[in-house]
Design a binder for this molecule. Structure first.
Ligand SMILES: Cc1cc2nc3c(=O)[nH]c(=O)nc-3n(C[C@H](O)[C@H](O)[C@H](O)COP(=O)(O)OP(=O)(O)OC[C@H]3O[C@@H](n4cnc5c(N)ncnc54)[C@H](O)[C@@H]3O)c2cc1C
Length: 404
């Protein structure tokens, strides 16, 4: 076995300081492991600043458990909106009026809400503040990982500022175009949907009562997720998925015309919607890496998988990746970054991720259906999916990430 003369300079290099990378730094440092987290972009931590991430994340129960375990939940809880009811509305008739509504109450399957929603810019602010208090974490911005050279006992990580650092494990959380994944020669399977998602916040007169509402018509779902009040009015985060050209047309509208279009698309379920943030536009793809492990390296979050924003799966799958890595590191601290540990991670995560990507793909294709008979079929499909009790229970449990 090859031996190194000196111990690795750090335990883990985390490529990427997005929400997933920051969460990874918090998780591993909680175990007492030394982490270097690098990102070329400084995090934007103000709601109205240029480049702010105006998406929100609905953390499902297992994610909340992880955030509590790594000491982050207490600082997030005061900013979270509980999601008690999920409402699915089909508005696929000739006019965008609701014609079929199904409610799923979290009380049917347990004592907790389905999830807790927080704006992404606020998550970055709180994560960065928490990491600043941890001596095990070195959080550097303005610098990228440019290469990883695995050796028997460690990896030599090259940074874009010309420095090199030796680590026992590299965590690739550097997003959907991951440099670390490419340098490791790991391929991806990508599906493009010719859709885009508009993400923004709205205020409305009718309170949301902690109901998350998904309205289906064509082009993709229009989803309102509760946020805390804004300027004294009920407020929701919206993800509006549309075919590309229509999404670009909507982006170009004046604020007033856009608010009117959003109100019409929502079937006015919460009264008139008023745009309460900038609008951001996101391409929609599904993507999965062929492997989630490489020598001395674990791929996680969007470096490993991307899904359309339906059913709040994206970041929740990323935190499930992190939970497995954390469990493995805790069970065998000496095995950090070894081939058996990383292979166990790949085996535990890839099949679950592949199943969820297939499920979300199905829901997305059903919600894009355009021609009338197909839309009616979708209505029947939604009724069947959400109306039949055992299946509905299973779907709700899958949403919660429960096993079996
Ligand atoms: C509209 C929309 C709504 C969504 N809603 C939800 C939801 O409700 N619930 C949910 O669970 N998920 C949701 N998602 C998914 C979720 O937002 C993403 O999974 C998550 O933001 C991706 O985080 P990430 O850290 O993996 O990637 P990113 O945020 O892309 O972070 C990657 C980081 O890596 C950095 N980087 C790039 N290259 C390098 C390099 N070479 N070295 C170092 N750093 C590098 C980048 O600068 C970036 O900061 C949604 C997605 C969309 C599009």
């Amino acid at each position: 076995m090859m031996m190194t003369a000196t111990p690795a300079e750090t335990d883990i290099v985390i490529a990427g300081g997005g929400i997933a990378g920051l969460a990874a730094a918090a998780a591993f440092s909680h175990l007492g492991l030394r982490c270097l987290c690098v990102d070329p972009e400084p995090p934007v931590t103000e709601r109205d600043a240029t480049g702010a991430d105006l998406r929100s994340t609905a953390f499902l129960q297992p994610s909340r458990n992880l955030l509590a375990r790594i000491g982050l939940w207490d600082r997030l809880a005061p900013h979270a909106s509980a999601l008690q009811v999920m409402r699915i509305v089909d508005a696929g008739g000739a006019t965008p009026a609701p014609r079929l509504t199904r409610d799923f109450d979290a009380a049917e399957i347990g004592d907790h809400p389905f999830g807790w929603n927080l704006p992404n810019w606020l998550l970055r602010r709180e994560f960065v503040a928490a990491l600043a208090e941890r001596t095990e974490v070195d959080h550097r911005t303005g610098v990228a990982v440019s290469d990883v050279l695995p050796r028997a006992e460690e990896a030599v990580v090259s940074l874009s500022d010309g420095t090199q650092i030796r680590a026992r494990m590299v965590v690739a959380a550097d997003g959907r175009n991951s440099t670390v994944r490419q340098r490791a020669g790991i391929g991806v399977r990508t599906t493009r949907y010719a859709q885009k998602a508009l993400a923004f916040a709205v205020t409305h007169d009718t309170p949301h009562d902690n109901v998350s509402t998904e309205i289906h018509r064509s082009g993709g779902p229009f989803t309102l997720v509760p946020l805390p009040d804004h300027d004294g009015k009920p407020c929701s985060a919206v993800v509006w998925m549309e075919h590309g050209p229509e999404a670009h047309r909507l982006m170009a509208l004046s604020d007033a015309s856009f608010s009117a279009a959003a109100t019409a698309r929502s079937g006015a379920l919460y009264g008139p919607l008023t745009l309460a943030s900038r609008r951001t536009l996101w391409p929609i793809i599904s993507q999965i890496a062929d492997r989630f492990d490489a020598p001395r390296t674990a791929l996680m979050a969007e470096a490993a998988h991307v899904v359309p924003p339906i059913g709040a799966q994206g970041l929740n799958m990323s935190l499930a990746d992190l939970t497995v890595l954390l469990d493995l590191a805790e069970a065998d601290p000496d095995g950090l970054g070894t081939a058996p540990m990383l292979a166990a991670y790949h085996r535990a995560r890839r099949p679950d991720v592949a199943a969820r990507i297939a499920g979300v793909d199905l829901l997305n294709r059903a919600s894009m259906l355009e021609p009338r008979p197909l839309r009616d079929l979708r209505r029947a499909g939604l009724a069947a999916l959400y109306g039949i009790s055992p299946l509905r229970r299973r779907l709700m449990q899958m949403g919660l990430g429960a096993k079996g």
